[in-house]
Design a protein around this ligand. Structure first.
Ligand SMILES: O=P(O)(O)OP(=O)(O)OP(=O)(O)OC[C@H]1O[C@@H](n2cnc3c(O)ncnc32)[C@H](O)[C@@H]1O
Ligand SMILES: [Mg+2]
Length: 172
């Protein structure tokens, strides 16, 4: 069985690999999200995830494709990091799931308000490079208890679980 993941970000590939295991061929595709580089709000972030998954199915002969997208959203408690995922299968069924969310530090919020992406703001905040490809914002603000790949693995489990559940219903 072959599946595609619509990104080459190691945290997203790792999440799919961890959930699906070694027997399945996982094809990373640098799929466009057709949303802003920094998605704002649930709708735009979810749309990015869906677009990535749909694009993968056009490019690769796979059983299903997964799109994962990170974003930020306003809340009464401050700007939050949010995450969405989508799974689109060969038959055209689409499943969606959101991931964990948490309030970002005020310094990071200010940088994003001045036009930076969350990735850039996290690098500035930590004085490091490539946080978005490593533990991610979630890893930094949870003291490493939930890193970005683990957070995405949870989203992938919700997606693949729904796909399996629906397949079983159809086979009954
Ligand atoms: O190669 P892709 O798949 O695009 O990986 P990405 O890290 O850019 O991830 P997204 O496009 O899904 O995220 C949109 C923007 O938000 C940033 N971002 C999202 N979640 C993040 C996180 O947990 N830590 C750091 N940056 C994050 C990211 O760097 C982008 O600028
Ligand atoms: Mg990106």
């Amino acid at each position: 069985m072959k599946v595609a993941i619509g990104s080459t970000n190691p945290t997203k590939i790792e999440a799919v690999r961890n959930v699906l295991g070694g027997l399945i061929e996982i094809i990373p595709i640098d799929a466009p999200s057709y949303v802003s580089e920094q998605p704002f709000g649930d709708e735009e972030t979810l749309t990015g995830a869906l677009n990535r998954a749909r694009e993968c199915l056009k490019k690769a002969d796979v059983q299903f494709a997964i799109g994962l997208e990170g974003g930020v959203t306003k809340s009464d408690h401050g700007l939050m990091v949010i995450n969405w995922g989508a799974l689109v299968d060969f038959d055209g069924n689409e499943y969606i799931a959101s991931g964990a969310r948490a309030v970002l530090p005020i310094e990071v919020e200010k940088e994003i308000q001045s036009g930076k992406t969350l990735g850039e703001a996290m690098d500035g905040f930590t004085k490091r490079k490539g946080v978005s490809k490593k533990e991610g914002a979630m890893g930094i603000i949870t003291n490493g208890r939930i890193n970005r790949d683990e957070m995405f693995a949870h989203v992938v489990k919700i997606l693949v679980g729904q796909y399996e559940f629906n397949k079983e219903l159809q086979e009954e």
